[in-house]
Design a protein around this ligand. Structure first.
Ligand code: SAH
Length: 348
């Protein structure tokens, strides 16, 4: 086969790999061997020494193995956060961040090259959507971050570049791959999926009955501000979003987390805190306040400490479970598509 005709082997689930091997006239058990090699980071069929040479050649003729190249690696001097800019097979780039917490290492992965959701405060969306990541490319982010950093990964957050529910099929497959006992075997309870609120996908996600945590990027409790900040709110609305969250909670029994970036003078008044508390209680949601990261191209700034304190107090007085996200990797532009953006600007 020519390079262009070859198939992406890492995006195949073990049962699909079995089918593919059957088509090559090979026994099923080879699938498990190959899956294991791929999930340990093998970058060529040559390395798969428990397969015969003719089989390795046959596989090499039919498939390719993705392996992103480290285009840039930045290690925070403050807290050890590692940020990767990966160059993919087609030359596109995405970011992955590895953060160290008391409970283990968390990797924050991208789900798309670019993003088409257009959030006003976010760097990832500035150049629009280029393409979806494949299941194998998302797996590679976890796998190669672990291999390169030497930090064993126990948790995954889908909070990097892109909107996971806008690439839902590939994301579902990625979750199955990374959760597989013969692969990285990362438990669903250790995975969080963050969305800007594509509510038409919520029921489908709930029906899958995964044990993952759903995070909803709320950022404003009213339609006027939310639609201004997040175009995804237009035509959907906060009421419908809260209803969808409530249904999700009722179906899965799992508490949703509201992400709320505190933006100076935009969404941080006491009135907004009160409305947020009402919304959070209706949706049975936990609130995670995020100090806004300044993005060069955006005019927004983080809330003043005093506004943050008042905001938290109102939520707590209302009985809402609230946490403030610790800022990690502040010296390595470890957030929200900033590194990819920098690299793109250099090329421009
Ligand atoms: N598309 C998904 C996941 C990617 S964004 C989503 O919208 O949830 C991950 C989180 O970072 C989201 O909560 C997003 O709103 C937030 N975010 C984006 N830009 C930010 C910035 N400049 N400062 C703080 N948080 C930001």
């Amino acid at each position: 086969m020519t390079e262009a005709e070859k198939h992406d082997i890492k995006s195949l689930l073990p049962n699909e790999l079995e089918e593919a091997l059957k088509a090559l006239g090979e026994p099923k058990f080879r699938a498990k061997q190959i899956f294991t090699w791929l999930n340990r980071g093998a970058v060529s069929f040559e390395e798969m020494t428990n397969l015969s040479k003719p089989l390795r050649a046959k596989l090499d003729d039919a498939f390719y193995i993705t392996a992103p190249r480290v285009a840039r690696r930045q290690v925070s001097q403050i807290d050890g956060t590692v940020k990767y800019l990966w160059e993919l097979r087609d030359g596109n780039a995405v970011e992955t961040v590895v953060m160290s917490y008391r409970h283990g290492n968390t990797v924050c992965i991208s789900t798309q090259v670019g993003c088409r959701q257009g959030c006003a405060f976010c760097a990832s969306t500035i150049g629009g959507l280029v393409r979806n990541l494949t299941p194998g490319e998302m797996l590679d982010e976890v796998l190669f971050s672990q291999l390169d950093s030497g930090m064993p990964i126990s948790n995954i957050v889908l909070m990097g570049i892109g909107e996971p529910l806008d690439n839902f099929e590939n994301v579902q497959k990625f979750l199955k791959l990374v959760n597989h006992p013969d692969g990285m075997n990362i438990g669903m309870r250790h995975i969080s999926l963050s969305t800007c609120g594509l509510i038409e996908k919520f029921d489908e996600l709930a029906a899958l009955d995964l044990q993952l945590t759903l995070s909803v990027s709320l950022h404003a409790p009213d339609d006027e501000t939310r639609s201004r900040l997040m175009p995804a709110n237009r035509g959907r609305g906060v009421d419908a979003l809260i209803d969808a969250c409530e249904r999700y909670f009722e179906k899965t029994g799992r508490r949703i987390s509201f992400e709320y970036a505190m933006i100076d003078g935009v969404n941080d008044t006491p009135a907004e805190a009160k409305l947020l508390a009402k919304r959070a209680k209706k949706a049975h949601a936990h609130v995670n306040l995020i100090p806004l990261n300044h993005v060069e191209e955006r005019q927004f700034g983080p809330s003043k400490p005093e506004a943050l304190r008042t905001f938290i107090k109102i939520l707590e007085d209302e009985g809402v479970n609230v946490t403030v996200r610790r800022k990690l990797g502040g010296d390595v532009e470890a957030s929200c598509g900033q590194l990819r953006r920098k690299a793109a600007q250099k090329k421009e």
